[in-house]
Design a protein around this ligand. Structure first.
Ligand code: SAH
Length: 367
């Protein structure tokens, strides 16, 4: 198997270079290219061509390769299908926004959580991602933004200079089933790329011990809870994890986190409909009664409720609800003083909106 140079530390990279009878400064040059996210050796212009060819034969730059790159029609969203060295595939999404460049990172290949509305879990869990595999997703996005036009990385990334400035761990997988590596990855992103804690968000379906671990870790990141239902009865129907950690336990742990760090808690709530036998769409978790129940859960807490219109997943038995129904639900929250917004979905046209990752491509690949 080819050596992945990004996985070598400085000493190991120097040894690798020495074993090829190259001068030591080559290690430094290669490291600079790796830190920029160079996808292969052909771009390393300050290396002689025969060396670049030689390196391509025996090594890889990053621990993942771009298999496919999709650009949304508005050019604001780029989705990458990435292949890891063991052949597993993951996805990562770059979103260019007015406040900066945000990367949605996957924490696992596949997912074990089994949420009934989500596409990421349909093929089950393959494995946890390593720190390097998560970090490399940022580098892929960074290379897309600025290629070899490398400048010094400024505090908080500089969106205008084309840096990655925000990270959301909201791709495939459940980050709090891979907490140690997620923490290792975020420490590095903060340390090496200067991405500040408040520009980092970790989203979980509600693994209570994991939330407590984040709390103990003590960094003031943003926490997002995928809630999607305001009662245990309803939540257990669509999120199997709720049989293990009940709604109130999850919210208590999450409120404790946001209180400790004085951060607003993000609540994610997909508005789901279901078709009856005549084909008309009935509200599932989105009627007035559930809106009022959600208000009671949120009252008195520092929260932002993100209402997410459901993105179609063919295999899943839900339906999108009308814009009017979305607004009726939101109005109840607003009237009761709960901060809320409707999430603008990005990249639905390229299958990169929430819950759509990986599956489409793995189906295409089988063809
Ligand atoms: N496992 C973590 C990280 C994934 S985040 C978590 O559950 O939070 C992905 C977000 O997209 C979650 O809020 C998830 O509930 C939501 N999502 C999943 N399927 C979706 C769909 N079909 N439409 C809209 N949002 C969806």
């Amino acid at each position: 198997m080819k050596t992945v140079l990004f996985n070598l530390n400085d000493k190991e990279l120097e040894q690798f270079v020495a074993d090829l009878n190259l001068p030591r400064f080559r290690a430094k040059q290669i490291r600079e290219w790796l830190n920029r996210g160079a996808p292969d050796f052909s771009v390393m212009k300050n290396l002689p061509e025969d060396l670049r060819d030689k390196l391509s034969e025996i090594a890889e730059t990053l621990p993942l390769k771009i298999v496919k790159k999709l650009e949304s029609a508005d050019n604001q969203t780029t989705k990458f299908l990435l292949e890891l060295v063991d052949g597993e595939q993951i996805e990562c999404v770059l979103m260019r926004t007015t406040y900066g460049n945000s990367v949605c990172v996957s924490s696992q290949a596949g997912c074990a959580m089994g949420c009934k509305f989500c596409a990421s879990t349909l093929l089950g869990l393959k494995r946890n991602l390593t720190v390097n595999e998560m970090f490399a997703q940022i580098l892929v996005a960074q290379w897309e933004l600025r290629g070899d036009k490398f400048r010094d990385i400024k505090p908080n990334g500089d969106a205008n200079n084309g840096d990655v400035s925000h990270i959301v761990v909201m791709g495939t997988g459940e980050p709090l089933q891979n907490t140690e590596n997620v923490i290792g990855f975020l420490e590095r992103a903060n340390n090496e790329l200067n991405i500040s804690w408040r520009r980092i968000t970790v989203s979980t379906c509600g693994i209570v011990p994991g939330i407590n671990e984040l709390n103990k870790w003590g960094r003031p990141i943003n926490l997002a809870i995928s809630l999607h239902a305001p009662t245990d009865e309803l939540r257990s129907q669509i999120m199997p994890i709720n049989n293990k950690y009940k709604l109130h336990e999850v919210l208590d742990a999450a409120f404790a986190f946001s209180d400790t760090h004085n951060r607003q808690l993000m609540i994610e709530y997909i508005l789901l409909g279901q078709k009856d036998e005549n084909g008309s769409v009935m509200l599932y978790n989105a009627n007035e009664d559930y809106a009022n129940k959600l208000v009671e859960l949120m009252r008195g807490h520092n929260v932002m409720v993100n209402l997410i219109p459901w993105n179609t997943v063919d295999e899943r038995d839900f339906a999108s609800i009308s814009g009017n129904a979305v607004h009726r639900f939101q109005d109840i929250l607003i009237k009761n003083g709960i901060h809320t917004r409707i999430r603008r979905e990005r990249g639905a046209d390229i299958g990169s909106a929430c819950g759509q990752l990986r599956l489409k491509n793995s189906k295409d690949n089988k063809k």
